[in-house]
Every structure is written in C-alpha cells, then in structure tokens.
Design a protein around this ligand. Structure first.
Ligand code: TYM
Length: 332
C-alpha cells in the first residue's frame, strides 16, 4: 500500500493556504487511499526566534485543527514530531550525507535568513539544516508520496537526492519519495500582496485568512483584497495576480476551475463577494468541530499518544537499518 507522509509547522495560526494547499487533500484523498501519517513538526518551529509557551499552544491547536478538518485517527496516524526520537536520530545521519552548498541553495533558507537578518537577529544553525530534518521526517517512514503546497517541493526534491545518495553509498535503505501537489491552490497568495505567499508566520495580518477567523473577519479580508488595475475578470497569474488568486481560492472552495470562473464575473466586487462566502462555508464545519474538540482536550491528547506509538513502531526499523548501513556499531 502506498505510504504518505506530510507535516505542518506550529509557527503561527493555520491559514487558508495550509488548508487549500495541503490539509484538504490529506482529509479528502490521502487518508482514504494510503497508509498516511500527518505530523505536527514542532522541532521545525524552533529554527527561528520562538516563545516556548506559544509553540506548545500552537502545537496543540494545530493537532486540534487537523482533527477538526477531518483527519480520522482510525484511518491515519496523527502525531507530534518531538514525541518520536527517530526524527532527530536520522537527521544527524543525513547531515553526514548532505552538503553545506546544498543547504545554502534552498530558497526558503535564503528568504528566512534574510528576514532574520533584517530584523537584526542572528540566523540559527538549525534554520540551515532544516531541510535535512524534513528529509528525515519523510525517509524514516519510507513514504512514497509527500502531499505539499508548491513552497515545499524544493525540500522534497532535496529529500530524494539524499535518499538516492545514501542508498548508493551505503546500500539500499530508503524509499525515494515524490512530492504531490493539489491541482488548484498549490500556492495561495497573500490578499494584500499577491506577489508573496500567504504564510502563517508573516506579519501582514489583513492579507492572511486564518482557519479560525470569524465569518465577518473573513468577509472583510476578502473584500479588501488587493486587485489589479483593469476591470475585466480574467485568470492570468502573470499580469493579474490579485484576481487570479481570488479565482483560485474560489475554485478550490467551490469545486470549479479558475479559468472558467474568470468568464463568469463582470466585476471585481461580485467575485470578491462570492469568494468570501465560499471561504466562509468551507471554514464553517471546521470551526464548529474545532469548538467541540476544544471542549474535549483529553480526546486530542489520546489521539497524539496513540499516534506517536504507532509512528515510533514504523520509523524504528528503518532508522536502525540506516545506523547499521552507515557503519555504526549496534548496541545489542
Ligand atoms: P508549513 O507548515 O509551512 O505548511 C504546511 C503545508 O501547507 C502548505 N502551504 C501552502 N499551500 C498553498 N498555499 C500557501 N500559501 C501555503 N502555505 C503553506 C505547505 O506547502 C505545506 O504542505 N517544512 C514544512 C513542514 C514539514 C514537512 C515535513 C512537510 C516538515 N517536515 C515533511 C512534508 C513532509 C513546512 O514548513 O510546512
């Protein structure tokens, strides 16, 4: 059976980008057709300046939202990265296979390191090695597929390179995974700045729709979205990025196709109104279920405890095999 692994980082409140670009596929498709693991990757949240209490709170919230969105622990495994030691164990071995140059070429590293420096902070070493830990997350489980939004594809490509290199040098140990992306909304853009991704750790609140935003907040954000000069509604990512983003969001939320929807609207106002309502309707059941789950924290904790146990049992044999293959003396 195909094995699927993906993760989400608790560095901010989850956004519509996370939902449309990743979570929705996990819920609607992946958990039903594959042996699937979904991980709250809390170790990754320590790679930039962080508040310990906030990371803890966001990790719990992310787990609750994944379940609220429809991940079903009877069908898939939901767990927290730091509960399974195998991720960190394998990451070190992969650091011995990866190169410094490879890490410095990662687009997200360049962007985030530049941001930290602009803020006057220093860049944590873990930010540079982040993609190696991500590779460990994936390879520890022998995942065949990694469903992600566009921004993570380069990291999955690196994971493939590391798996192939390790296998060539030390004998076949890892499955070589591939990224899968949604057909629409693989890159949801910031509503106030359609040239940049809608990212949960950004500071531009009005351009980001959070999964827990009240309906009126969602409506306000969408109605104030930056649109392009020109008046006709056409789907063109290059010359009309603001309108194209709204059409993609609407298509993803209503099941349509962005090009076809472009022909339906005569004004930006009508497009924004329909997009806002479509987003509100997609978020409504997730928010309702989230409220119910918040009233039952024991349930979420139990899911995470069982998930970590299952994940450990799956990762252990592969990581032990990698230890032996690379030349470390077995302890027993
Ligand atoms: P993260 O937490 O930034 O995002 C989680 C998932 O949401 C997708 N995504 C988006 N998709 C479309 N439009 C957007 N604006 C948008 N913003 C986020 C991301 O592509 C991702 O699929 N490094 C990863 C977490 C990670 C991981 C892994 C993922 C760690 N280990 C192993 C897969 C496999 C990250 O920061 O995702």
């Amino acid at each position: 059976m195909t094995r699927v692994f993906s993760g989400i980082k608790p560095t901010g409140h989850l956004t519509l980008g996370n939902y449309l670009g990743a979570m929705r596929q996990w819920v609607a498709v992946d958990q039903h057709r594959a042996e699937a693991l979904f991980c709250i990757v809390d170790l990754h949240a320590l790679t930039v300046d962080h508040d310990p209490a906030r990371v803890r709170r966001l990790s719990r919230q992310a787990a609750t939202l994944l379940l609220a969105a429809g991940l079903d622990p009877r069908l898939c495994t939901v767990f927290v990265q730091s509960h399974v030691d195998e991720h960190a164990r394998l990451s070190y071995l992969l650091e011995c296979v990866a190169t410094d140059g490879e890490m410095r070429r990662m687009i997200q590293y360049k962007e985030k390191a530049a941001r930290e420096q602009r803020r006057g902070g220093s860049v944590r070493l873990s930010l540079l090695t982040y993609p190696v830990l991500m590779a460990a997350d994936i390879l520890a489980y022998g995942a065949d597929e990694v469903p992600v939004g566009d921004d993570q594809v380069q990291h999955v490509e690196l994971t493939r390179d590391l798996a192939v290199r390790f296998n060539q040098r030390y004998g076949h140990t890892f499955v070589v995974p591939r990224a899968t992306r949604p057909t629409v909304a693989a890159r949801v853009m910031n509503l106030q700045d359609p040239a940049s991704k809608m990212g949960k750790s950004d500071d531009t609140g009005p351009g980001i729709v959070y999964l827990l935003d009240e309906p009126d907040v969602v409506r306000r954000k969408v109605m104030r979205a930056v649109t392009d000069s020109g008046r006709d509604v056409v789907y063109d990512r290059e010359s009309r990025p603001g309108v194209a983003n709204l059409l993609e969001i609407l298509a993803a939320c209503s099941g349509g196709n962005p090009e076809a929807l472009g022909g339906v609207y005569e004004s930006y106002g009508a497009l924004k109104r329909d997009t806002a309502e479509a987003v509100v309707e997609v978020l409504r059941p997730v928010q309702e279920r989230h409220k119910e789950l918040c009233a039952d924290p024991g349930y979420v904790e139990g899911v995470l405890r069982d998930g970590a146990e299952r994940a450990r049992a799956m990762a252990r044999p592969t990581v032990d095999a990698a230890y032996r293959a690379i030349g470390l003396l077995p302890a027993d």
